[in-house]
Design a protein around this ligand. Structure first.
Ligand code: CP
Ligand code: NVA
Length: 321
């Protein structure tokens, strides 16, 4: 069937066939599917009123399991569901039986009988995998200890908005090589960006993620890891960091802050970047990883990045539900 753009918007025909699919990590999406979702997100941003009028998710319900706190992910998802005509149910850790009175398996099966999809913020990646396997409905990873695919989609949307393209752009990741770093690395590999990840020793990204990213990149040279923030940031167009203390790591805070000395993104470090660099941070932010003059300075695009969480999650929800 040949479907033109007008028919696609009228009838919600899913050109990329993402319907019913889970998004547990960016491994689940091809570069063309990422491109499609970015275009969908741009369209949602430009024509939000059209979507509010068309209500493509009328009658759909999303169960949102949150085992950790959230501002952006929760509010962007609830807002997107409302604007697309669907309904979102917030299932916080004190709201449902999961983890206290009921197993993940039983929760997955029961929720799957009620809702059209599940979005889940969990600790172990295996939990979103179990939810996807047992619920029978699409599951969207809203941050695990391993990945944050929704964040990476918003990040690359923001980079493209500000720099006009993704292919060939040099990106420096300064900080912890965990969840957000993993997803951005996969996004970079799939979309033709070059990423240099500089972490303190012992906080490097997962070997498996780097191996996979190098395999799928056009050239393994697109993905570099080191313990040298100055080398990573030199002449780079995009500078990205994340909190040094991820949720669940509060007990390690003192030790980590010591080990991350030299990795703070401040004026001393960004002077090595391209003069027109942009700065991204998924937020929430703490002063130890980035100085006020960088995060509130003229190179920072962190609030565009936060806003793009809405447009990208709307694109994902519209297409998988
Ligand atoms: N960046 C991000 O995921 O923020 P929240 O923890 O507020 O959802
Ligand atoms: N790395 C952070 C990201 C928060 C959005 C965490 O896991 O807490």
């Amino acid at each position: 069937m040949v479907v033109n753009k007008a028919e696609y918007y009228l009838y919600g025909v899913n050109l990329m066939n993402l319907k019913g699919r889970s998004l547990l990590s960016l491994k689940d999406l091809t570069p063309s599917e990422i491109r499609f979702l970015l275009d969908e997100a741009k369209d949602f941003k430009k024509n939000r009123l059209k979507y509010i009028e068309l209500q493509p998710l009328k009658g759909k319900t999303l169960g949102m399991i949150f085992q950790k706190r959230s501002t952006r992910t929760r509010v962007s998802t609830e807002t997107a569901m409302a604007e697309l005509g669907g309904h979102a149910l917030f299932l916080g850790k004190d709201d449902i039986q999961l983890g206290v009175n009921e197993s993940l398996y039983d929760t997955a099966v029961v929720l799957g009988r009620f809702v059209s999809g599940i979005l889940a913020r969990v600790f172990d990646q295996s939990d979103v995998e179990t939810l996807a396997k047992e619920s029978g409905v699409p599951v969207i990873n809203a941050l695990s200890n391993s990945f944050h695919p929704l964040q990476a989609l918003a990040d690359i949307m923001t980079i493209e908005e500000h720099l006009g393209k993704l292919e060939g752009i040099n990106l420096a990741w300064i900080g912890d090589g965990n969840n957000v770093c993993h997803s951005l690395t996969l996004a970079a590999a799939k979309m033709g960006m070059n990423i240099h990840i500089a972490t303190p020793k012992g906080y490097e990204p997962d070997d498996e993620v780097i191996k996979y990213a190098k395999e799928i990149a056009k050239s393994p040279k697109q993905i570099i890891t080191s313990n040298n923030p100055i080398k990573a940031i030199t002449s780079t167009k995009v500078v990205v960091t994340d909190t040094f203390i991820s949720m669940g790591q509060e007990k390690e805070a003192e030790e980590k802050i010591k080990k991350f000395e030299g990795f703070r993104v401040d004026l001393d470090l960004v002077k090595y970047a391209d003069p027109n660099f942009i700065f991204l941070h998924c937020l929430p932010r703490h002063k130890e990883e980035v100085s006020d003059d960088v995060i509130y300075g003229s190179h920072s695009v962190v609030f565009d990045e936060a806003e793009n969480r809405l447009h990208t999650v709307a694109a994902v929800l519209k297409n998988v539900l």
